[in-house]
Design a protein around this ligand. Sequence first.
Ligand code: HEC
Length: 163
Amino acid sequence: MPALGRPPSPRKIVKTGTFLLSRGYYTRDPHNPMRILALLPLIAAASVLAADAPKSSADREKAWKADIFPILEKSCIGCHGKDPAKKPKGGLNLMTLDAATKGGKDAGAGFTWGDASKSSIYKGAELGIKDREDEAAMPPKKSKSEPLTAAQLAKLKAFIEAK
Ligand code: HEC
């Protein structure tokens, strides 16, 4: 059986769509029913993006490296594993996906796939934004590290709950 090729990347689809739009392939006349065609690249890109969500552990590892670790690197790892000579706080090491998934000493699994509300890393980061006074808020209120932004928190949730 011939192998199926990889689907085009979302960026490529959007680029092609934008190119066609710029060349006037899609009409801008609001009364022309062909105008709907202009939406096709967006719909296609959305479905490819959905299909790209991490579901296998290889996909997860990739997303961890590209999107998630850089977020935690900025706000968290100073206390959670950056210096191998120091014990990570709360026993939680965020330097690798495996260690992060396992979690720390008291708060349970770092990541419970499919459920951010049962993932200690998500819960700590969420409190870090929504309730700075809570003693479980991460980074802790006293620290100089920046809490996640709402967009970063949403990314973290999508990473945990991707199907
Ligand atoms: C300035 C240091 C510091 C930073 C930065 C920091 N933490 Fe922590 N974290 C701690 C300390 C200290 C504890 C342990 C609290 C305790 O044991 O009572 C802890 C504990 C935790 C725990 C609980 C571990 C367990 O199972 O007991 C989680 C989850 C956590 N941190 C996540 C994060 C996340 C996510 C970030 C980044 C958004 C972060 N931390 C940033 C100091 C920090």
